[in-house]
Ligand binder design. Sequence first.
Ligand code: ADP
Ligand code: ASP
Ligand code: MG
Length: 410
Amino acid sequence: MALIVQKYGGTSVGSLERITNVARKVIQHRGQGHDVVVVVSAMSGETDRLLRLAKEIDPHPNEREVDVLLSTGEQVTIALLAITLNKLGCPARSYTGAQVRILTDDAHTKARILDIDEERVRRDLNEGKVVIVAGFQGVDANGNITTLGRGGSDTTGVALAAALKADECQIYTDVDGVYSTDPRVVPNARRLDRITFEEMLEMASLGSKVLQIRSVEFAGKYSVPLRVLSSLVEGPGTLITYEDAQMEQPLISGIAFNRDEAKLTIVGVPDQPGVAYRILGPIGEANIEVDMIVQNVGADGTTDFTFTVHRNDFDKAMGILKNISNTLKAREVKGDNKIVKVSLVGVGMRSHAGIASKMFRALADHGINIQMISTSEIKISVVVDEKYLELGVRALHDSFGLEQKPEVAR
Ligand code: ADP
Ligand code: ASP
Ligand code: MG
């Protein structure tokens, strides 16, 4: 007998019919003799709807109250699923994050889990019940409701699996696994049988929202066996694993992209010590996260300094740069919030040369201009105009041969 934590995302619980489908899957696993803990998201669209309501009142609503509001989405689904399971004759109990006591820090709207009290969950499991826990939410040391950031139910699932030392954490969603890239952009993308934690972490941080970054971090750190599957079609899904020395690693596992990017350039600043600090210091103080940074040396002793930020922070960052450009003696400040980042990810890159040039050629062949480049051991990212996102991703997917291979007739 195994202990399984199953997380069902918004689409998987998007209607009473879908909730019944989830209940049947839970009952099926229980029928195989397993203990099951279920984590659910809010019904699809609900978190967005609630956020819109708050923003209609105030574009920058009080974050403590936003958490009180958003946590209701998941509270609805835990109860509906528990009612459904009980009706189908399967004893079940639901708990909010605070009731379990998923203790978090007090960073409202992006809280981190500090500790999970698994006693109540264990007691119910021992009594033969299915335990249903609201995803995405917790409580801080002062009893305030917190939420874990968008997509946070994945992290609730993995954290519970870690706390309970579950045999597997299954993330059920609307695709049947992790694909070589988002199947909504490349319809013939390939489902991966497995992907390493390291690659999944890069994919998630570079924009693939199939798993929240923190859930992958947690799973890697606490060795939680993690699988992504569809709640609607049967199949093995994708296993997230450690790198296996025996196994030949694919060169490129996937392509990630991020539409939430914006770039800022401060043109013609004197090329002196301290310039980067004087530009990025105030940006950091304003709590704006900087991603890529490029600095060039001009011939005339001045330099251009470019960096990227989240698109939501673009206006704020432009304001700061305009304020400091005079004291910096810069010629000009330029900005562009119509850019995207496209990244190739693969552990096989470590031992292979020539990936970058192949990538750049594929983009050039399609007339796509590269505005910025950044690399690390297992990824290469480029910034391009947002109008080239789909074309760029498809071009790279093709040129690295990542498409679905047709079944070979036997
Ligand atoms: P859930 O509501 O179940 O948490 P999400 O919308 O958060 O579902 O995540 C699933 C979606 O992630 C898919 O519908 C797909 O469009 C998107 N996605 C992005 N990149 C990938 C990828 N590499 N593989 C699979 N899905 C991806
Ligand atoms: N309901 C939350 C969201 O939409 C959390 C989640 O679904 O994982 O972001
Ligand atoms: Mg999600």
